[in-house]
Design a protein around this ligand. Structure first.
Ligand code: ATP
Ligand code: MG
Length: 724
């Protein structure tokens, strides 16, 4: 049989892995060394040469997208459909299993899946039904506890009671929640895995059936499997199955979510006769990029160690741009992207990576301004995120209480005891009387049309909105947004959520305050709009446009975490600042090695060009940060970096040069840093920065009364004050 299409595109080591005899196999290799390629070719080999039916192959990868990609690559290699193959994420495959074996799993046939919001509501109902005080037992915290235990394979009954009253209560909530889910026939994400594992473990016939069926189990990104995923693999493989695991300890980036990189170390013990193969040639990146990655990761002490090389050639130096603020950084990114496009490059060849979700806002704004089609990969665009939409809905209500859509969105968000029944009642009155929901509320209240608690809750909601309208009359937009996210309880609501998602939501809300502190241009033909309405109109515009679909040619914006496994000719890593990347938390809590691995993942996504950037002054989460360069930049040998300074295109080695001059040569504002100015609305302030030219020139002024602000020179009408 001609197997050249399977073996020719591989080097010798890779071939060895693909054609290995049946035995557990661990491929421990660095980024871009062809691990994923080897895994797909192994599937083709098993099918075409060994004669394993697609029916007998199970492959697990990290995302649905990767699973789709793997399937199509295998189909291409084989020239036939591999639909019966089980390829997916751990969650996806567990789900498939439970749908087929709902009976054995003790579930109703049409069991419901709870997404994290549904799960939170279910936990909340449980807590209330137990008569507990939600402020003491926030649903998010309980949910976090439950999911962690499930990821460790523990049911409420299995948790050892150590006598800690706090934990005892959480265990009781977990138990009551389990019962509630059982009654409702509902399954949360963590449950999918746990339930599949238990079903297999408790049903010998079923387990034997699947062990016989899936003799070949292949796992990509093995370094990021957690306890329960690993248990699932071991159970399914048993003594007769062959696990083919590929991973890179240097790319383990989900320790904070329970991933156990030790699984790589334990593999050989748990699967006797394991063969380990190392791949050392990188086929992805130029040697400049690879050397930078190697030098960076060498600073980690906890590694298995490896030696990665490439023969692709040096390529271009890595560009490091130290911007003076986040807007300047975003502009730098956009300019480079446009250069690439005008010279015939594709948008889809570019990825812009960031550490924190909230950083996308400024980048998105700049993409939008320059008409660059982009897509936020693995997440929502800033103005489409739930918490941002909540806050915008409140702002719309302030501007126009008759806005029914906004009213419905936030009347019970955060929860304030206005249930679905009450809202339907209000809706009915509004429909009958042909008025807005807001007016309907007033009407119902005036005739005492609601029962006690609901009536008080609706009354309080209206009072809150009216009060906020009065309180914010003379506030700057920034203060107004800040006031609204606090007074409505939104911020506090999300602060209670201790999960990473909850934290990102708090950051996004604060970032919205940041957005409000920036000067905004009124949309064309908008007529006379208040500052708030202009802001809302811009938010609506940005949310609605330029989102490329999956198949369009668009620039990909994503967090460093979502970039795992992917590759792009051009990669930007933004925000390389101490406290942002590495994150403050990692610095304080000793998680620097995982941050460094994340940086290593980012750097090794790049094939030809890598751009790194930082902002010396960043307004993020609504706060000002004055930053020093990330230690990761210092860990990259300076001869691999070319530093570009704002506007002046000076390149020089980056090693510990004193940071930036105070006055730049491109200043066309007529003002200098340190100058005192007077603004009609904001009063006196001091110029601390400026950027842009001509009509677009902006100055950053620290006002005594209202704090720092960016203003457009053309509109600001500043009066220069004598400084003597
Ligand atoms: P990561 O650690 O980032 O997941 P990986 O080890 O899975 O990387 P792949 O994505 O499989 O690496 O391969 C990296 C790139 O190198 C891909 O573009 C792949 O097609 C290419 N490649 C892999 N092996 C070879 C080879 N033998 N010859 C030519 N190109 C190769
Ligand atoms: Mg890979």
């Amino acid at each position: 049989m001609d197997v050249s299409h399977i073996l020719d595109p591989l080097n010798e080591r890779q071939r060895e892995a693909v054609t290995a005899d049946n035995a557990p196999l661990l491929i421990q290799a660095g980024a871009g060394s062809g691990k994923t390629r080897v895994l797909t070719h192994r599937i083709a080999w098993l099918n075409q040469v060994i004669g394993v039916s697609p029916h007998g192959i199970l492959a697990v990868t990290f995302t649905n997208k990767a699973a789709g990609e793997m399937r199509s690559r295998v189909e291409q290699l084989l020239g036939l459909s591999v639909a019966p193959m089980w390829v997916g994420t751990f969650h996806g495959l567990s789900h498939r299993f439970l749908r087929m074996h709902w009976k054995e799993a003790g579930l109703p046939q049409g069991f419901q899946i709870l997404d994290s919001e549904d799960q939170k509501r279910m936990v909340q109902r449980t807590i209330r039904a137990m008569g507990l005080d939600e402020s003491h037992w926030p649903p998010r915290t309980a949910m976090w506890y439950i999911n962690n235990k499930k990821d460790d394979g523990l049911r409420a009954d299995h948790i050892r009671d150590e006598g800690d009253p706090n934990e005892q209560q959480l265990i009781a909530i977990y138990k009551a929640y389990e019962n509630a889910c059982e009654l409702a026939g509902a399954v949360d994400f963590a449950e999918l895995l746990l339930r599949a594992l238990e079903t297999l473990r408790n049903n010998e016939a079923l387990l034997n059936h699947y062990r016989q069926r899936f003799q070949h189990i292949l796992v990509d990104e093995f370094q990021d499997t957690n306890t329960i995923q690993y248990a699932w693999l071991r159970l399914l493989a048993g003594d007769s199955g062959y696990v083919f695991a590929v991973g890179d300890d240097d790319q383990s980036i989900y320790g904070w979510r329970g991933a156990k990189v030790e699984n790589i170390l334990n593999f050989s013990d748990d699967f006797p006769d394991t063969r380990t193969i190392r791949l050392e040639q990188n086929y992805r990146s130029t040697s400049t990029i690879l050397n930078a990655a190697n030098a960076l990761i060498e600073n980690n002490s906890n590694r298995l160690g490896k030696n990665l090389w490439t023969d692709i050639g040096d390529g271009e130096p890595i560009t490091f741009y130290s911007a003076y603020n986040e807007g300047d950084e975003a502009r730098f990114v956009a300019e480079r992207i446009m250069e690439h496009i005008t010279s015939g490059g594709l948008r889809s060849e570019i990825a812009v990576l960031y550490r924190s979700n909230a950083q996308s806002r400024v980048l998105e704004e700049e993409m939008f301004r320059n008409g660059i089609v982009y897509r936020v990969y693995g997440g929502l665009r800033f103005f489409e995120r739930m918490e941002v939409k909540d806050a915008l809905a409140y702002l719309r209500l302030l501007s126009l209480p008759e806005d029914d859509i906004s009213f419905e969105r936030v009347v019970n968000q955060p929860p304030r005891g206005i249930g679905d029944k009450t809202v339907s009642q209000i809706r009915e009155v509004a429909r009958d009387a042909g008025v807005s929901l807001w007016h309907a509320c007033a009407e119902i209240l005036s005739v005492n049309g609601l029962k006690g608690r609901a009536s008080t809750a609706v009354g309080n909601f209206m009072k809150m909105i009216i009060q906020m309208r009065a309180d914010t009359q003379d506030m700057s937009l920034e203060k107004l947004v800040e006031h609204v996210i606090k007074e409505t309880g939104l911020l506090e609501h999300y602060e209670k959520d201790r999960t990473e998602k909850g934290q990102a939501r708090v950051e996004n809300l604060n970032e919205l305050v940041g957005a409000a502190s920036m000067p905004i241009e009124a949309p064309q033909d908008a007529g006379e709009l208040s500052e708030l309405d202009t802001f809302l109109a811009n938010a609506a515009l940005e949310a609605g446009e330029q989102q490329g679909s999956e198949f369009d040619d668009c620039v990909q914006l994503m967090t460093l975490h979502s970039a795992k496994g992917l590759e792009f000719p051009l990669v930007f890593i933004t925000g390389l600042e101490q406290g942002l990347f590495p994150s403050q938390r990692s610095i304080e809590e000793g998680g620097i090695e995982e941050e460094r691995r994340l940086c290593y993942v980012g750097v090794t996504r790049a094939r030809q060009r890598l751009f790194l950037s930082m902002a010396e002054h960043r307004r993020l989460y609504g706060r000002d940060h004055f930053n020093t360069t990330s230690r990761f930049i210092d860990e990259i040998p300076s001869d691999l970096l070319m530093e570009i300074r704002p506007r002046m295109n000076v390149s020089k080695p980056v090693a510990h040069t004193p940071r930036r001059q105070t006055i730049r040569e491109d200043n066309t504002t007529g003002l200098s840093i340190g100058q005192r100015v007077m603004h009609a609305k904001f009063g006196e302030g001091i110029v601390t920065d400026y950027e842009g030219q001509g009509a677009h020139a902006r100055v950053y002024i620290n006002f005594e009364e209202v704090g720092p602000k960016w203003l457009v020179m053309a509109y600001a009408k500043l009066e220069v004050m004598n400084t003597v």
